[in-house]
Design a protein around this ligand. Structure first.
Ligand code: GSH
Length: 220
């Protein structure tokens, strides 16, 4: 029975899980929860993920897994090849640290519920909200660049010459930068690594615009 991934084409957290599944060659059935239509708040989806966010991953009809980092760690433990974490504890800490810059610090500030709150409760108009989205997306990418540019562990990818969880998170953040029209010229190492990742079929076919629920017209 294939795993069932509840997600959305535009969701950066879902992208992270799609990319990990694809890199590990795991078959998955995708179920689209339309965040733009608020379907994450429907009772039937809340029964799967009470937080009303995607992704959620259901394996063999068991209780859904939630939170993209926890899911990536689960996939790494259960499908260790190809490895998405280095073997040494220091390396693992570095890769997880890079990943957390995105997952814990950057991405949470731009999710739909934050944007909705800025609009409805804080009376921020669209230009102000777009400024917020671009600012915090760029801050996370600048933090990644600060590490990647100067640390000797950086290789073809974020950590050495094979993709890791850090690359998955970096790529998701760069897709965020594309959505929010962020200028990426000042991020040469991060963007070089993004380019390396996108040469890999698993990263490429997992990208938002290539999902079955993505609009056919790229102007979303
Ligand atoms: N930290 C969570 C983030 C989950 C999350 O916020 N997902 C977004 C899409 S990327 C979502 O479903 N948002 C719905 C909302 O904000 O209403 C993870 O990494 O899985």
């Amino acid at each position: 029975m294939p795993m069932k991934l509840y997600g959305f084409w535009r969701s950066l957290a879902t992208y992270r899980v799609r990319a990990a599944l694809a890199l590990k060659g795991i078959e998955v059935e995708q179920i689209s929860i339309n965040l733009l239509q608020g379907k994450q708040h429907a009772e039937d989806y809340k029964a799967i993920n009470p937080q009303s966010v995607v992704p959620a991953l259901v394996i063999d009809g068991g209780p859904p897994l939630f939170q993209s980092m926890a899911i990536l760690e689960y996939l790494e433990e259960t499908h260790p090849k190809p490895a998405l974490l280095p073997k040494d504890p220091r390396g693992r800490a570095r890769v997880r640290g890079l990943a957390q810059i995105v997952v814990s610090d950057g991405h949470p500030l731009v999710v739909p519920r934050i944007r909705g709150y800025l609009e409805r409760e804080m009376d921020q108009d669209e230009p102000a909200r777009n400024k917020w989205l671009a600012h915090w997306t760029l801050e996370a990418l600048k933090a990644l660049e600060g590490h990647l540019d100067k640390e000797s562990e950086t290789g073809r990818f974020c950590h050495g010459d094979a993709p890791t969880i850090a690359d998955i998170c970096l790529v998701s953040q760069v897709f965020g930068a594309k959505f929010f029209n962020v200028e990426t010229a000042g991020l040469p190492t991060a963007m070089r690594i993004f380019g390396e990742c996108m040469k890999i079929d698993a990263f490429d076919r997992s990208q938002p615009a290539k999902q079955p629920d993505a609009p056919k017209n790229p102007a979303h």
